[in-house]
Design a protein around this ligand. Sequence first.
Ligand code: ADP
Ligand code: MG
Length: 272
Amino acid sequence: MTTKSPSADRRPHEAAADPARVVVDIRDVHKTYGLVEVLKGVDLQVRAGEVTVVLGPSGSGKSTLLRCINHLEKVKRGTVTIDGELIGYRRVGDRLHELREREVLRQRTHIGFVFQSFNLFPHLTVLDNLTEAPVSALGVPRAQAQERAERLLERVGLRDKAAAYPGQLSGGQQQRIAIARALALEPKVLLFDEPTSALDPELVGEVLDVIKDLARVGTTMIVVTHEIGFAREVADTVVFMDNGRIVEQGTPGDVLDSPRHERTRAFLSKVL
Ligand code: ADP
Ligand code: MG
């Protein structure tokens, strides 16, 4: 795969103007827990406005990979670069020095993360859930953060829920709020870790519809999911992971309809 050198000083609104730009650049990432290597050299590039869907059996390393992207887990070897900025480290000569927590937190504001369990603040209203981080982490004026939050609520179809508390919402609604909250920081990329796995089946569609809508407007995303229909419809690239490695990668047509590897075939025969 060819990669173009990303530039660090781009702003989100320029994303659409340069669709070839690599936003997420994962190089030779290894991760161990104790003696067990759970990521064994992962390379992955995601370009501006593209959606990459990651499939793979339980335990293959999908969540660990996402957590390495925003330095929730430290990699043992390899690098993660988001829009030209090395994550978790700074380069000094040919060495990498780990960044201070404050710097890492700043970097994380560029990386939206939506978890399986929605993780909203239960004691805050929906509106306050959406404004908390922009105000406290980025110093956005409250009125401006509220205006943006209202636009995001509109985007996920929950404008009338601004004053509600998470506990008063369905799981699907809470997850849509969690997506809006991730977007409130205007991240360069949105990561989803099985965003619909904790939902009752009848609520899955409304959450996938929100993600599809984000794809349509050119949001750069990595989505770990078992929803094959969604992958087929929305993914630019489908990645199949097994045992800490990317085994196969390509268009949905390539990977889902004519997988080359036996392990991909075996996995798909179980989930399709
Ligand atoms: P997936 O998301 O594909 O199901 P994970 O990334 O959660 O896979 O896990 C990959 C492997 O790493 C599994 O074998 C899991 O048991 C192991 N693992 C994950 N987190 C930890 C941890 N904090 N400590 C030790 N082992 C872990
Ligand atoms: Mg997982």
